[in-house]
Design a protein around this ligand. Structure first.
Ligand code: FDM
Length: 212
């Protein structure tokens, strides 16, 4: 195609256990890309600002009880309600750094014992990330970092199960970064894989949908 189509943004997803450093790293990455002059936004799931997000937030704070399947579908709905905006942003050239996505959805719910295929089903048709970065830390090390709050899933025994679920979800396309390295070293490795991915998208890699 001779016509230069305007290039799209990349959908970058960060995954990992609680306290793996996802949120600090997405903040640092955002700042870096923004300063470099890229069009970039920092997103996170659950997005607690929507109506669905408020139900999720109340569940996580143990202020409401929900059936495991019901909360799973709410997490998924919370991604669906942002899907069209996500597509719009990517098409208009904005790169999105997303703190948790469908993999958290499947990992956390299947860690409760829900069937993994059942967990994956409502995610079908959401946009597939161009890059999934897994910030790797053992549940024990993560717990030592302290700062587990009072939220429902922030318990060592449960995080061990989540780690197991993540392991079965990972595929060879994921970039795994040792999250126990110095924060600056994690940041450096993250920048490398992200810039590489942005370049691929810029060159015209088509968007795709879950589960590829
Ligand atoms: N979580 C997050 C899920 O169980 N399913 C999901 O689909 C998502 C996106 O919610 F314990 C869990 C993971 C975590 C909790 O996430 C809140 P943050 O990143 O701490 O806000």
């Amino acid at each position: 195609n001779k016509e230069s189509s305007s290039s799209r943004g990349a959908l970058i997803v960060l995954e990992g256990l609680d306290r793996c450093g996802k949120t600090s790293q997405s903040g640092r990455l955002y700042k870096y890309l923004d300063e470099q002059g890229h069009s970039v936004e920092s997103w996170r799931f659950p997005d607690r600002n929507t109506g669905v997000g408020q139900m999720i937030s109340s569940y996580l704070a143990n202020k409401s009880q929900l059936d495991d399947h019901a909360i799973h579908l709410l997490f998924s709905a919370n991604r669906w309600e942002k899907r069209s905006l996500m597509e719009e942003k990517l098409k208009s050239g904005t790169t999105l750094i997303v703190d948790r996505y469908s993999y958290s959805g499947v990992a956390f719910s299947s860690a409760k014992g829900l069937d993994i295929e059942w967990c994956k089903a409502p995610e079908i048709g959401l946009l597939a990330p161009d890059l999934v970065v897994y910030l790797d830390i053992s549940p024990e090390k993560a717990a030592e970092r302290g700062g587990y709050g009072d939220e429902r899933y922030e318990q060592l025994e449960f995080q061990k199960k989540v780690a197991g679920s993540y392991l079965s979800l990972r595929d060879s396309s994921w970039k795994v970064i040792d999250a126990t390295l110095l924060i600056e070293d994690v940041e450096k490795k993250l920048r490398e894989v992200v810039l590489d991915c942005m370049m691929t998208c810029h060159k015209g890699k088509p968007m795709s949908q879950l589960w590829p």
